[in-house]
Design a protein. Sequence first.
Length: 412
Amino acid sequence: MTVESTAPRKPRRSAASKAGTDGSTATATSGGKTAGDTGTKRATRTTRAAKSTEPELVQLLTPEGKRVKNAEYDAYVAGITPEELRGLYRDMVLTRRFDAEATSLQRQGELGLWASLLGQEAAQIGSGRATREDDYVFPTYREHGVAWCRGVDPTNLLGMFRGVNNGGWDPNGNNFHLYTIVIGSQALHATGYAMGIAKDGADSAVIAYFGDGASSQGDVNEAFNFAAVYNAPVVFFCQNNQWAISESNEKQTRVPLYQRAQGFGFPGVRVDGNDVLASLAVTRWALERARRGEGPALIEAWTYRMGAHTTSDDPSRYRGDEERLAWEAKDPILRLRRYLEASNHADEGFFAELEAESEALGKRVREAVRAMQDPDHFAIFENVYADGHALVDEERAQFAAYQASFTDAEGV
């Protein structure tokens, strides 16, 4: 496959990579002149782009499960063992099972809300497994697969969406920050943290996750600028799942998202986000260059949100079944399974054991959620003001009377 990258480290650029990845034509500049501006070259590029509906991206596994060679990124997964491949498959299967259980729990009234990762398992597991223990991760609120890779108990994620805790894990214990609900703000937090560890002389790196919708936020673009100017060791990982709630890519940007990095002065790469091997390889590349002091990079993982934005959303109102079915054919889990089977790296016994483990995980998280104790209802009135306030006291009393009305009603 052709590698699409805005990385300035490579002076060469293949003819195929000049075609616009969003179906339009792109121009390459050299020495102040624009290449292919007129004549046959431009017409050829336009025709080529028009014929292709697939974007150019880094891919190591095709949807059919066939291994594709890539001169630039093969080295980052060259030593991967069959056991590690099975591990990646296990991660994706268990993450999807946990996600499905969480969706069911919300539908049954056990959670207030849930943001599903269905379809984005490869982007999250591949990138998550590329991190080192001493790297620091800044997620949004959908990175359940990355949380899994960082050792966060999935029941803590459910506790947050149930409203019984604020996350439930120690960010410094897993180097995994609490979920961020404010769209895009974690990109600035990640950049500041990266600048700090660079000044401390650490050789670790930081990775910040966000979606295509968040890429339109000012905080994200500020983070790009600060990271570039200060050469911060941070990797920006954008999961482009095609929809910012009900807004498609076409309504968010006129150029591929990874190309935005070029305007800030650092490399950007678009990777097949449904290919766990490519996601692993490209993220390893970006994190390693960050640790070496070569500054930030932007990874755009080209993937798809198979379900709703959250359980309060109805995606059938803004997108059709044809689009969803096309992406189902690129399923990240099925893709790796096909490769494992074709390579004789896994047998039916492995898949059967994993299925049993998957069901056990679903049962465990369901039981854990139902056993969670409700928080003290009056805790919301604590620490509102340092020295207390008459209005808060009044509101507390009103709330106490409201709560007591339920007890009185039950006693009648």
